[in-house]
Design a protein around this ligand. Sequence first.
Ligand code: UDP
Length: 241
Amino acid sequence: MADPQYKRILLKLSGEVLMGDQQFGIDPAFVLELAKEVKAAKETGLEICLVIGGGNIFRGMAGAAQGMDRAQADYMGMLATVMNALAMQSALEQLGVQTRVQSAVQMDQVCEPVIRRRAERHLEKGRVVIFAAGVGAPYFTTDSGAALRAAEMDCGALFKGTSVDGVYDSDPKKNADAKRYETVSYGKVLADDLKVMDASAVALCRDNDIPIVVFSIREKGNLARVLSGEGVQTIVTNHTE
Ligand code: UDP
């Protein structure tokens, strides 16, 4: 059973989790596995908003580092997130989960624009709403998009599924003694520059009191475990012990 404290959540997945074991792009078989996780979570009665990054295809910063105009590169990154959203939509609907994609960059032939009231209605009807193109502006990331949608859709928490199982005091891939936090405050995340989400996304969550639950989406069944309060996770909140 899902933790009844949540009626509606926002799930943010980094683009890289859609690659599976590839180095780049989308692995449809892996996206289907992720979609099964989302379906299982939805079947516990939760309303789910989804935001997917684009880093598996294109990141604006990487383009800028190679001499591209930053804003132009960021628009390319936003388009990448739309591709990922469509891939996830297709996988979810293959499993019988009804979905709608709403993009912050208008694209009438492919998906809806972001309209909050319409998104509300979709959620009421049991559809998963996938928000694409982040906040729709360059110099932002999909973490900020996730925080923004979590706030405006009144989500009880922002679940950030990554390839690491929480927030550590140092990089666990480099330091064997790295310690994982059970809970950590937004202030500490910002002051110590802990790699959770962009500072602007963390600040938006802090200001709106939205807990950020960081967990690994790579282990099967983990989203459901984390939702039931059993899985390995770190919660970023103002209410630390
Ligand atoms: N992006 C942007 N504005 C937004 C959201 C995304 O410009 O509101 C661009 C930005 O270039 C970013 C890319 O889209 O690098 C892909 O998103 P992100 O890096 O957040 O993906 P993730 O790391 O989660 O896979």
